[in-house]
Write a protein of this length. Sequence first.
Length: 634
Amino acid sequence: MCGISGVYAFSDIGRDFLDKLKASTDAIASRGPDSQGHFFHDHCGLGHRRLSILDLTADGAQPMYDESGRYSIVFNGEIFNFPKLKKRLKDSGYTFFSGTDTEVILKLYIQEGKGFIKRLNGFFAFAIYDKEEDSLFIARDRYGEKPLLIYKDEDKLLFASEMKAMLAFGIARKLDYASLYQYLQFNYIPGPASIFKGVKKLEPGHYLFIKKNKVYKKAWYKIPYDKRKVKTQPLTYQEQQEKLVKLLDEATQRRMISDVPLGAFLSGGIDSSVVVALASRHTDKLNTFSIGYKDEPFFDETHYAELVAKKYKTNHTVFSLTNQDLYDHLFDVLDYTDEPFADSSALAVYILSKRTREKVTVALSGDGADEIFAGYNKHMGDFKVRQGGFAAEVITGLSPLWEMLPKSRNSPLGNKIRQFQRFAEGMTASAKSRYYNWATFADEDEVKSILCKRSKKMVGKGMYKKRKKQILEHIHQDGDINEVLYTDMQLVLQNDMLVKVDLMSMANSLEVRTPFLDYKVVDFAFSLPQSSKIDNSMKKKIVQDAFRSMLPEELYKRPKHGFEVPLLKWFQNELRPMITDDLLSDEFIEAQGIFSVDGIRKLKAKLFSKNPEDIHARIWALIVFQYWWKKWMS
């Protein structure tokens, strides 16, 4: 797990950016605190920051070269099947000087060319330069677990693991207003766009090949979802469960290879508990880590985590946090965020990563299961809307009541009323509109109300509509939950969940591995019919059924709670001066020239009223953006 950056110059002007390569890699030192290295050849430069996981000796340093010196590689990630791939290469006559997966990637490329990438099981972003051919091969993993940004103009192509490394090259900082518009809806920026014009995220499952100043992009992987094949799934439901256990067990075992201490996150939910249960099959000294919330008992699930830890005799550590602990790290997260990203649960992931890193360097997690097996409340909502029936009609008929009652994620009753209102709205919407509305925190009219006239013109209706259409491409009126999950993989997982985990873990030099995102597990999941994943009474059905015998029964008898950072309390107390006198003050909004002074005033009035409802999510998005703007754009 590391950080990479690089330059491929097309002209003499582009060559000047080679001088900035070291500054670029310095900017991402936390991704690789153990060492750094740089390679330069004519108009190409590769930079690397290393977090040592495999082969801790100098033999594992990067950039890495083959014995002839013709090929060079910088690599961020882990290849979990590299021992088998290495054996195959040895059988073909290749020799190895290190114990790394990096060298295996390099020699597979030498042997097979670009097609080798389909053999890799893991997460990665890498670049390989061929001196003789003067070509550069840049690739990203299947689901976007590892980030990779690209900037291209007539003089050069730049790449980097994080925006701060890209900005260190000195690129023009031109705001992409269509990205801002979507950010204010989602609280994150859907790829491949970024907050800056000219900077793109290389799509997951894609590669770039640069040769003779020409750049080619190609998709090398797509989730093999075919509605026709799903309907003819040959396995019985019992056989499906057995296969899932086998695939996930193998995926977990693969992810336990490490030359440094390894542990697992244990939240008390089904997904992380499954990973811990399977990991415990392959070690008798598993370290597990949970965070609890002293001041927020509604969200504290450490009791359930401790049941799992006790059952599998893990070396369990609970980090019990107060709201003050959360607040104390708030600005650490804001300072590290180099592109606006307002999923507030990133704060909890940051602290969990920071505390976990004190004991281990690698942690397993249960991320990804909700997106591939239908684990969110919105999945149940969409399923029930499509099913219809008396209960759905009653909830919809009571829309005026839900509109009147107070709604909030921070209490059981308020959250239920909020869900009823969202469900009622979804019942009367098209499948595409319902998906988009349920994925966002603010609708188009709400976003327009806080942008100034100039900003609304800068968004460009055509660009926004094109991006929205691409997001909703796979949602159909006559479809089912698998289409929703397929879209979630490319929107929510790729741009929210994986960004959150990568940024917050790498800020603390911790590698996080996700067995549920082994491509064999994902491919299998998308071969399953809707009925295997969800019904009227159960989300994530096959996961819960397949592992029921391995987990404490108590895990099946309680509601699932996401974690809500106590933003509203902070906004009305500790952060109020920052809101009213600084980041959202009339003076700053006027001088900045992006937002409507009147629109922001109305949001602040709602925030400080007796019934703020869920306004805090939108306020948080604004605070994150304004803080980012002051740091990176002022």
